[in-house]
Design a protein around this ligand. Structure first.
Ligand SMILES: *[C@@H]1O[C@H](CO)[C@@H](O)[C@H](O)[C@H]1NC(C)=O
Ligand SMILES: *[C@@H]1O[C@H](CO)[C@@H](O)[C@H](O)[C@H]1NC(C)=O
Ligand SMILES: *[C@@H]1O[C@H](CO)[C@@H](O)[C@H](O)[C@H]1NC(C)=O
Ligand SMILES: *[C@@H]1O[C@H](CO)[C@@H](O)[C@H](O)[C@H]1NC(C)=O
Ligand SMILES: *[C@@H]1O[C@H](CO)[C@@H](O)[C@H](O)[C@H]1NC(C)=O
Length: 583
């Protein structure tokens, strides 16, 4: 080889090495309260064109806490709400001050990405109670550039107050908040791409959240949309699915139903500003030649219900409307136009980003979402989603103000459902699709979504549908056997940490390869599961007060068989006190 050719070959090899070492950029769009079940995605043509058609739609993606602040902390830390203990919107149990108090401001996705060499930018809503009074007490860590919406104005579509890079709040009164956020996002994208380092840009507009004024009592009105979208979707109606305003015990009247349809139309119109922003952001990336090295995430903090199960607009429930949410990821190696049937949750997204950035974090409660065709075809992730909630449910909209309890710090909004603390579990595997919930009141719910997609027949309701459970079988096992397995799985997940969240059956069956509900349903475990302590509460609390949350530890099956010993203990089990010792 001539010296010149050798040099050229060397230069090529060097460039290849540099390209390989260049970590991918991450653009993350996070909407607020966007539904899947009322088909909001179908009303976002640009999201379809640039994200769904060009990336992968994860159609079994869940939030783990169906309300803004706890869900966002879960998403941005990769830790379950029971690990962060940020479980509410406002102190003492939640909000930005609680996030700081728990030490999370020093150790979350943003600080981690910076440590991995990223420049990081964020605009829009961060957490509740991140306000004109708390934004500097202390400042948010982990961003090279930031422009945050601040409470109490966060949810007023025409009265944004924002802090840029920690400066005193500036009012954007009269301007449309999602458009303000879009402009700031374009600016941060330009800033990020002037540097050599890989970058993260997060964009969190408030659409399609209700327009909320925190006067006393707080007023939750319809989302406001930009005048340019006012003409849209006049004929839209919320899909009349099986769960839509059932008659029993008594339905919402026509006035409310009509109001609720318009409520959703307003949300769809508000989302149009986001749809336009998605196009603009992607066109900018394309113009900069960066689409080949940028992963783009699109999701929302939690779902939303309107009229389903006879409920006024809102979230905070364990039903599909509230927890099953859109997730779309586009980027290098991700199949285009693909629908992934992988069970994933918001706990997994920080691990996913950190993995892209070159770091494995097995200490987190989530596991990375599969991205390329091969891992999508053979996902390592399990079949379970751990769902949890503490505190109030807030009915929104003008008919939602029922009840007469005042909630401190939220302006005295009348609250209908104070006893809204629960633990829930979604299990979606080969041959089954289940929701199991234990409420702080002692009520329990079980739905088999293969037979009852609308979650209408609670087979654990002793006054109602219990008779339906007679003769129920799953994988050839009886109803009681199924419930006993689910209860134990929930017992592990309700306080799981890292490994026991990733592989909860492994916490129940040490040294064994029990990995699914189907495995655990085997008859040799019947006595073991029958004897397990049950998930329970002794009272309804507004926060994670362990003493009120019943038994904490499951019994552990000691499987001698897999150690090659004769299996002499088939129907016995040992109590080891603390399953976390085995994880
Ligand atoms: C971004 O912030 C990190 C952490 O403070 C710092 O190391 C890095 O130099 C900053 N990047 C730029 C472009 O200023
Ligand atoms: C419908 O229900 C709402 C909320 O309960 C109530 O305020 C309204 O008066 C009812 N309208 C009719 C026509 O019954
Ligand atoms: C709401 O509660 C207050 C204080 O307990 C009471 O005075 C008032 O009558 C209640 N209002 C309704 C509509 O129940
Ligand atoms: C809330 O639950 C408690 C039990 O923890 C019960 O005493 C109370 O009546 C419940 N309140 C409502 C409004 O259901
Ligand atoms: C969660 O935080 C609340 C409020 O600070 C505290 O009372 C509670 O004990 C904490 N729970 C756990 C499990 O640490």
């Amino acid at each position: 080889m001539s010296p010149l050719r050798r040099m050229a070959a060397f230069a090529t090899a060097l460039l290849t090495t540099i390209a390989a070492a260049k970590k991918p950029n991450i653009l993350f769009v996070l909407t607020d309260d966007q539904d899947w079940h009322m088909q909001s995605l179908d009303y976002m043509p640009l999201l379809h064109k640039y994200m769904i058609n060009e990336g992968t739609l994860y159609d079994q993606h869940y939030c783990t806490v169906a309300v803004c602040c706890p869900s966002r902390v879960n998403l941005w830390t990769g830790k379950a709400a029971h690990t962060t203990n940020v479980t509410d919107l406002f102190p003492p149990y939640g909000g930005y001050p609680k996030f700081v108090e728990e030490g999370l401001n020093d150790d979350w996705f943003a600080t981690s990405l910076q440590q991995l060499g990223y420049n990081t930018y964020y605009t829009g809503k961060l957490f509740n109670a991140h306000s004109v009074d708390t934004y500097n007490a202390p400042f948010v860590n982990g961003f090279n550039g930031s422009d945050f919406l601040l409470d109490p104005y966060t949810y007023e579509y025409y009265r944004a107050h924002m802090t840029r890079n920690g400066a005193p709040p500036v009012s954007y009164e009269g301007q449309y908040s999602p458009d303000v956020i879009a402009e700031k996002a374009y600016g941060f994208l330009d800033e990020a791409t002037t540097h050599d380092e890989p970058w993260f840009v997060g964009v969190a507009p408030i659409a399609p959240h209700s327009d909320v004024r925190f006067i006393k009592p707080a007023v939750f009105n319809m989302a406001k949309y930009a005048p340019r979208h006012a003409h849209l979707f006049k004929d839209y109606k919320i899909p009349r699915t099986a769960d839509f305003n059932p008659d029993e015990p008594s339905g919402l009247n026509d006035t409310v139903i009509e109001y609720n349809d318009e409520f959703q139309r307003s949300r769809l119109r508000a989302l149009q500003a986001v749809d336009e922003m998605v196009e603009h952001l992607i066109k900018k990336l394309e113009a900069k030649g960066l689409l080949d090295n940028t992963y783009i995430f699109y999701t929302t903090d939690n779902g939303y219900h309107i009229s389903q199960h006879r409920m006024h607009p809102g979230k905070e429930c364990p039903y599909e409307t509230d927890i099953h949410i859109p997730l779309i990821i586009r980027g290098p190696g991700i199949p285009a136009g693909h629908t992934a049937r992988v069970v994933s949750s918001h706990t997994d997204l920080t691990p996913t980003m950190l993995k892209l950035a070159g770091s494995d974090r097995p200490d987190l409660d989530g596991t990375p979402v599969p991205l390329d065709a091969e891992s999508l075809a053979n996902p390592a992730s399990g079949e379970h989603v751990n769902v949890e909630f503490w505190g109030f449910a807030i009915p929104e909209g003008k008919f939602g103000k029922i009840g007469n309890e005042s909630l401190p710090n939220i302006g005295g909004q009348a609250i209908a459902a104070r006893n809204n603390t629960y633990k829930a579990l979604r299990v979606i595997g080969e041959g089954y699709n289940l929701l199991y919930t234990v409420w702080c009141t002692g009520e329990r719910e079980f739905y088999d979504l293969h037979r009852d997609a609308g979650e209408m027949h609670n087979l654990l309701d002793s006054d109602g549908a219990a008779h339906l459970a007679i003769g129920y079988t799953l994988e050839g096992r009886s109803f009681d056997q199924v419930i006993s397995r689910l209860d134990s799985l929930l017992m592990v997940l309700k306080s799981c940490k890292s490994t026991s969240c990733h592989k909860p059956w492994g916490a129940l069956h040490t040294n064994s390869n029990i990995a699914t509900l189907k495995d655990a349903l085997h008859g040799r475990f019947d006595a073991f599961y029958a004897e397990q302590p049950k998930v329970a509460f002794s009272s309804c609390q507004l926060g994670y007060l362990v003493d009120e949350e019943g038994p904490q530890h499951a019994n552990v099956w000691d499987d001698d068989e897999v150690r090659g010993l004769p299996n002499t203990k088939q129907q016995t089990f040992k109590y080891y006190g603390d399953y976390s010792l085995w994880t």
